[in-house]
Ligand binder design. Structure first.
Ligand SMILES: [Fe+2]
Ligand SMILES: [Fe+2]
Length: 369
């Protein structure tokens, strides 16, 4: 990919090459046309942080310092990286869909994630000069399946349709958190991107939750195995809300780039700018628990239920990195922990058990059942 990006059309050429390179056949999404979509945004003025009350920054040069501009660039290419990565993670599932309906849902999710990446690159290329163009190019050069995406969660394998539904239910939910926090960004083009992206995101969450519900309804996949997928992806989701005591989250807030998940309804400014990530993680965890409660209603009485793993379990980001807590939040010795991981995360035994189940036509209840 040595071709130079001068205009956004040059970037588009690289995008189509990227699609080809990850093995995605554009014919699958027929005449869908990728586009950058901006709406009116929420407020013309900055709503929180040090610049509260000022007109939102329309251009990068409206932003007072280079430090701020660099941070914003960083925030945007990290968001874009997750969008392209998820399509890379999901690309091998197209031919193993449980039904035509599920295949259509997957293709819609993939094309919308691609559009989200496209949207972030549109901002990078049109607003951030050479450094934006360089980052927009790099977004199409990293690969989830080579382990080169920026965040660990987006290098993890999505190997089957239980992965896919758990991922869209809980990792896309983290996506909803990120987009909501950027919705009232002080950088107007970013804020104006979020409304349309959030609308699309809600379909991903619906796909995930309804998919898990249909798996439970058919009763073929043991709850114990499903639990392992929750353990895998929820712990990943906790990581995605970022480090504890994050100074960059505090800076993003002060500069108005990224608000709190409940910024629109919060009655007071945050008490502790160092703890913004912990607060969003707590809200995310609470929402996960509500979703799991709803899924548990579908499990017959007397049968084991699903639960959210403890937020200390299996963490790769934050204060609990390298700590050996069980899914229930109990401290374990190193050796106990190694054994525990084998039992509570999906592994070869589970894959063997699932293989014949996936071959059964009705391993998931029908979408309209
Ligand atoms: Fe997305
Ligand atoms: Fe999504």
């Amino acid at each position: 990919m040595a071709q130079k990006i001068v205009t956004f059309d040059d970037w588009k050429d690289l995008f189509y090459k990227w699609q080809k390179d990850i093995g995605f056949d554009p014919a699958l999404i027929k005449d869908y046309k990728f586009d950058a979509i901006y709406d009116q945004g929420i407020h013309p003025q900055i709503e929180f942080g040090e610049f509260k009350g000022r007109k939102k920054f329309e251009k990068v040069l409206d932003i007072p310092t280079q430090d701020m501009r660099d941070s914003l660039l960083h925030l945007i290419f990290y968001q874009g990286d997750t969008e392209f990565a998820s399509s890379e993670q999901q690309r091998n599932l197209i031919n193993s869909a449980p039904s035509d309906y599920d295949q259509q849902c997957l293709l819609r999710v993939m094309r919308e994630e691609m559009r989200h990446g496209w949207q972030m690159c549109h901002i990078l290329v049109t607003h951030f000069g050479d450094s934006g163009k360089l980052e927009a190019r790099k977004l199409l050069e990293r690969r989830a399946y080579q382990g080169t995406r920026l965040l660990g969660a987006f290098n993890r394998a999505v190997e089957n349709w239980i992965d896919f539904f758990t991922y869209t239910c809980f990792i896309d939910r983290d996506g909803k958190y990120q987009l909501t926090m950027l919705h009232d960004s002080s950088f107007a083009p970013l804020s104006k991107s979020m409304g349309p992206m959030l609308k699309e995101e809600s379909f991903h969450l619906f796909t995930g939750q309804s998919g898990l519900a249909r798996i439970i309804k058919s009763g073929k996949v043991p709850t114990e195995i499903l639990q392992k997928y929750l353990n895998k992806w929820l712990s990943t989701g906790y990581d995605l809300l970022g480090k504890d005591h994050s100074s960059s989250a505090g800076r993003f807030y002060r500069w108005g780039f990224k608000g709190r998940f409940d910024e629109a309804t919060a009655s007071a400014p945050p008490k502790d700018l160092d703890r913004l990530n912990e607060e969003s993680r707590y809200l995310y965890y609470k929402e996960d628990c509500q979703i799991i409660d709803a899924l548990n209603q579908l499990i017959p009485k007397g049968k084991p239920k699903l639960r959210a793993p403890d937020p200390k379990f299996n963490r790769e980001i934050g204060d609990y990195v390298g700590k050996t807590y069980s899914v229930d939040g109990d401290p374990l010795s190193e050796a106990e922990y190694r054994e525990h991981l084998k039992k509570v995360l999906p592994g070869p035994e589970d894959f063997k058990l699932l293989e014949p189940i996936f071959k059964e036509k009705n391993w998931m209840a029908a979408a309209n059942a």
